[in-house]
Design a protein around this ligand. Structure first.
Ligand SMILES: [Zn+2]
Ligand SMILES: [Zn+2]
Length: 466
């Protein structure tokens, strides 16, 4: 799922400072919005917008902003581009992002396989083939040139290089609580059901931690599947939104994304190792000798070639990574329903706020503010976090969506902006959920997660204060 960091916006106490006015909006849109949301004007008070004089609802828990003219909608604002090159990159990212969104809007059954992806995989295979060639040449030199002195030495160097450049498969992460199938039969059964509905198999391991995130990844040589569930996100979702979340994650498997990511990821790792090996290390203050200048020049050619291939592979995969997220969202809709997938998108907008709330809980307990005891703070942590998420007003969600629209596309994000993901979810057929969680399953999963919830809550209270 991986939340786009640029989409994370902090809930802040109301600020009366005049924020950046970000674009003009038709006032009737704003008025109808506040009417539609059952404006809180009068309940919590109102102020006047300094920009268009409209009434602005006042709620001290959230940023005060004007829905008619967007006054103070994004008080933090986006960091300005550093130089012309970054400005151009942003424009390109925006154009590509809009194109991709339009392309998928017009193709409800778009395939996960693209020409770009095929080229990227070919490049990755070539990178690994080069490593295999080094290993082969090294072995031949050692075996066939045994009678000479030089050939085995060169052969060993080539074998060493191949060893350093070999594809490395990630290991299972141990920075969370690992739940095996026997520990959580109900959770695994739900994961299996979601996977079957999408035409794939379930996972081999579930790892639970405190993050506001979820993801899937392969680990080990045999490509065993792991599902990472961050309780910061899981706990603020309702049952059907959790199904949508599992649908999104397993949708990545159904579309073959982790397999492709593994091939390309290992190739990128090899390329970065090449770059490291080809970069000369020497003290900058020393003058280079003529010989060193010649060797540097000789190394420049392969270094720039490797750099070019690395850049090409990263560019080719970035756009497909965004496309994969949209397609995984479609899987979320199929298993969890469009409403649940849209709800999930909304929750993603409050990630920064939830992360800040977890830190605050930790600081309060560690400093004993208000007599809070760490053990007691950990006990009801996830309930308080869920409660906090439930009280975020629809008006605040609307503001966060508008911030997403204003900030647009990130240059290097593997995720499209959340508002565009939500718009694509809304554009499809509503349809019914393929998987529905009954109360028994929900209770079973809650009981299975209880030890991990408690352990992770204690770790949050102990560690997040720093
Ligand atoms: Zn995803
Ligand atoms: Zn206004």
């Amino acid at each position: 799922m991986a939340v786009d960091r640029r989409e994370r916006v902090t809930l802040r106490l109301c600020t009366t400072a005049l924020g950046r006015a970000a674009g003009e909006r038709n006032s009737s849109v704003g008025e109808s919005l506040d009417a539609r949301l059952g404006s809180t004007v009068g309940q919590l008070g109102a102020r006047t917008c300094p920009q268009c004089a409209a009434d602005v609802p006042y709620d001290e828990r959230f940023v005060m902003w004007c829905s008619a003219c967007d006054w103070n909608v994004d008080p933090e604002g986006e960091a300005p581009a550093r130089g012309r090159f970054e400005a151009m990159q942003r424009r390109l990212a925006h154009r590509h992002g809009e194109q991709l969104h339009a392309e998928l809007l017009a193709a409800p059954n778009a395939s996960a396989v693209t020409n770009r992806g095929v080229v990227a995989r070919l490049v990755a295979v070539c990178v690994h083939a080069l490593t295999a060639a080094l290993a082969g040449a090294g072995t031949l030199l050692v075996v066939l040139g045994w009678s000479t002195l030089v050939q085995p030495i060169v052969g060993v160097i080539l074998l060493l290089a191949a060893f350093v450049l070999r594809p490395r498969f990630p290991r299972l992460r141990h920075d969370g609580r690992v739940l095996r199938r026997a520990d959580a039969p109900c959770l695994y059964a739900l994961v299996d059901e979601v996977a079957a509905a999408l035409g794939t198999r379930g996972v081999d391991t579930v790892v639970v931690d405190a993050q506001f995130n979820a993801s899937v990844a392969d680990f080990g040589l045999r490509g065993r599947r792991t599902l990472h569930l961050g309780l910061g996100l899981w706990e603020v979702l309702d049952q059907q939104e959790r199904v949508a979340l599992l649908g999104h994650e397993l949708g990545h498997y159904a579309n073959g994304d982790p397999r492709r990511a593994r091939l390309i990821g290992t190739a990128l790792y090899s390329l970065h190792t090449w770059l490291y090996l080809l970069t000369p290390v020497r003290a900058v203050h020393l003058r280079r000798t003529a010989l060193e200048m010649v060797t540097d020049l000789l190394m420049d050619v392969p270094r720039w070639a490797v750099y070019g291939v690395t850049l090409l592979l990263e560019r080719l995969t970035l756009r497909d990574a965004q496309r994969a997220e949209y397609l995984a969202d479609r899987a979320a809709v199929r298993v969890g329903s469009a409403a649940a997938a849209a709800g999930l998108m909304d929750r993603l907008l409050i990630g920064e706020s939830i992360a800040a709330a977890l830190r605050t809980e930790s600081v309060r307990a560690q400093t004993r503010i208000g007599g809070v005891e760490p053990r007691a703070a950990a006990a009801g942590l996830w309930e308080r976090i869920a409660e906090r998420a439930a009280t975020v007003s629809e008006r605040e969600y609307e503001r966060l969506r508008r911030v997403g629209v204003l900030r647009g596309h990130s240059v290097d994000s593997t995720h499209p902006p959340t508002h565009l993901r939500r718009s694509l979810i809304g554009a499809g057929e509503p349809g019914s959920a393929a998987v529905v969680v009954g109360p028994e399953t929900a209770d079973g999963i809650a009981a299975e997660l209880a030890p991990a919830r408690s352990a992770v809550a204690h770790a949050v209270i102990r560690d997040l204060a720093g």
